[in-house]
Design a protein around this ligand. Sequence first.
Ligand code: ZN
Length: 303
Amino acid sequence: MRDPFVSASHDISQINILRLIKIRDLKIGILLRFFWGHTDIEDVIKSTKEAGVKTLISVTEVASEFERVIQLSKIYPDLVAPCLGIHPVQGCGSQNHRSVTLQDLEPALPLFQKYREDIVAIGEIGLDFTPWYATSAEQREEQQRVFKKQLEISKELDLPVNVHSRSAAKATIAVLKEQGIGCALLHNFAGRCSVAMEGVQAGYYFSFPPAVCRSEQRAKLIKRIPLENICLETDSPALGPDKHVRNEPKNITLSCEYIAQVKGITPERVLEVTTQNALRLFPKIKKIINKCSSNGITTVITP
Ligand SMILES: [Zn+2]
């Protein structure tokens, strides 16, 4: 997801991460972004672990990030789980963002096969019909072709999908259903309640980052979507509680607390249920958790 306020500081070095976290003996799944290129990656990993994080699912946007995300999962095998996909918006720098094409997907195709055993999901994939990214019907159609192709891959590899949708909520859910997708996470979903409920009926999950506490429309969605269909995310470094400050994994607690507040339940209950949801949606992350608990103490290998 590329929000305008973040785009200015983004480059292709950013990656997205979905993580499973443990707080007060409860684990939760969350989605976040990360600055791979930043020199403080080890500090961020450290504070993530200190917050009780058990697993991060690291998600790509462009083909050139694939190897780096795999590398990250090798460096932090007891924390990072890789998730590969081609985002509907490509290009680096806010001036160069453009709608995805099949040519962007091409170099990624052999990599999906190469890393099929390593990855826990396909993503971030989806549709972004923001007018200044997808300026024509042809571009929107091409996005759908790229999206569908990756959905086919997810079916072939029997993996869930992590889905971005922006100004395209209805179309995104329609494509998922039409393609017979059973396991999908719609991250930072901002469509209408009625559209979200179509996704709920199809068995899809919805995740919300800390920035949702700034949006009344998201509160409506959170109220309406059953907790059994909700996961937590941070989408860091974007979508934090303060739009001018880099978001970090440790802010997952803010998403949790906000959802608890909106739903009128305890944060513990939110943690418990969203953890179970994340494990159901991404079954391969159980391996990472097992690695983590068998080690007792997390080992960090530096690059
Ligand atoms: Zn996204």
